[in-house]
Design a protein around this ligand. Structure first.
Ligand SMILES: *Cc1c(COP(=O)(O)O)cnc(C)c1O
Length: 360
């Protein structure tokens, strides 16, 4: 068996320890004689799994009691519709567009009400985060929406926008659990887990309880009401059971690493290795304004498409997988999520140095 360094943006690298544990428990989960995949979601064993996962997540993030934690399906993209369906009481929402995902979310919300784009960084290919300290937040906005870490472009909000009292809704898919977060600043925090937590198919929504009501847009399907899932403890129907089980293991792994403050420190050190190299390289350069750099997704280019392609090909042959940039950006992107070891980033930088020497 040999494992590569996997720089995929998602589905992405998971902690090896977690994968080994899951493998050990595959045929017989803790004496039940069956895999978690084969288990009734109403069984005692599964109830313990989902309850423990929630408790550990609450612990890690310091989620207050007036917030609900939901484990849902449908990918992050389903939340693009669920959010307006559940929250657009005035049928108005403000969106800050800092990349493809925020743009898609805003377009979806436009089906349900009036969407105001109150800031955007489209003018410079989403290479920065706009100043959000004094935006023209709409008087009647039901919420202000952001994508907190832009997976494709490699930017991250270092400061949350001033929403002038409106509810903040954030897609944190690609920065989930990468650093401590003050949950009380948000109305809704959500993310697909396949970027930084677990297998695709599970979405975690952390939502302030007073936002969960029956007062949703007419015609909202039962399955798309937060209340349906909140009332049933995420067990209204069969949940993404195996995915939640793996998420639970990752939560325990994170606690063992020292929690989110320790993860932040590790992630900063890891990202610095790569950014420091990019800043002095004569061949490669980062594509994002330094102040807005993501700790999780690092896009870079040589400035020559053929050379980019050569690099991606040779890197792959050397055991560095999925370094090709998003199809809309080109170049390269190294996603260095929680589970990417520092050695992986060090090895990548060593490889880049060698490539630079050989090709400059
Ligand atoms: C990947 C991603 C999505 C889309 O996730 P799906 O689960 O495929 O719908 C949305 N937002 C962000 C920030 C992402 O990185």
């Amino acid at each position: 068996m040999s494992r590569v360094y996997n720089f995929s943006a998602g589905p992405a690298v998971l902690p090896e320890e977690v994968l080994r544990e899951a493998a050990e428990e595959m045929l017989d989960y803790q004496g039940t004689g069956m895999s978690v995949m084969e288990m009734s979601h109403r069984s005692k064993a599964y109830k313990d799994i989902i309850e423990e996962a929630e408790a550990d997540l609450r612990d890690l993030m310091g989620i207050p009691d007036d917030y609900e934690v939901l484990f849902l399906q449908g990918g992050a993209s389903q939340q693009f519709a669920m959010i307006p369906m559940n929250l657009m009481k005035n049928k108005t929402a403000d969106y800050i567009v800092t990349g493809q995902w925020a743009k898609k979310a805003s377009e979806e919300a436009g089906k349900y009400g009036r969407v105001n784009i109150i800031a955007s960084s489209a003018d410079k290919t989403f290479s920065y985060i706009p100043d959000c300290s004094d935006l023209p937040v709409s008087e009647d906005a039901d919420y202000v929406y952001i994508c907190e870490n832009n997976t494709i472009y490699g930017t991250k909000y270092k400061e949350l926008p001033n929403t002038k009292g409106k509810i903040l809704v954030a897609d944190v898919s690609s920065c989930f659990l990468s650093e401590p977060v003050d949950v009380t600043k948000y109305g809704v925090i959500y993310g697909g887990v396949q970027k930084n937590i677990g297998p695709a198919g599970t979405v975690i929504v952390i939502i302030r309880r007073d936002l969960i009501t029956e007062d949703v847009l007419p015609g909202t399907p039962t399955m798309l009401k937060y209340k349906t899932h909140a009332d049933a403890g995420s067990l209204y129907n069969t949940p993404p059971a195996y995915g939640i089980y793996i998420c639970g293991k990752v939560f325990k792994w994170l606690k063992k690493q020292g929690g989110l403050a320790a993860m932040k420190e590790k992630n900063e050190k890891k990202a610095k290795i790569l950014y420091d190299y990019l800043d002095q390289s004569r061949m490669f350069r980062g594509t994002v304004e330094a102040k807005d750099r993501s700790l999780m997704n690092v896009p870079f280019v040589t400035g020559d498409e053929d050379l980019d392609a050569k690099f991606v090909k040779e890197a792959k042959a050397a055991g560095f997988e999925n370094l090709k940039g998003h199809r809309t950006v080109g170049g390269m992107r190294a996603s260095i999520y929680n589970a990417m070891p520092a050695e992986g980033v060090e090895a990548l930088v060593a490889f880049m140095k060698k490539f630079e020497e050989e090709n400059l």
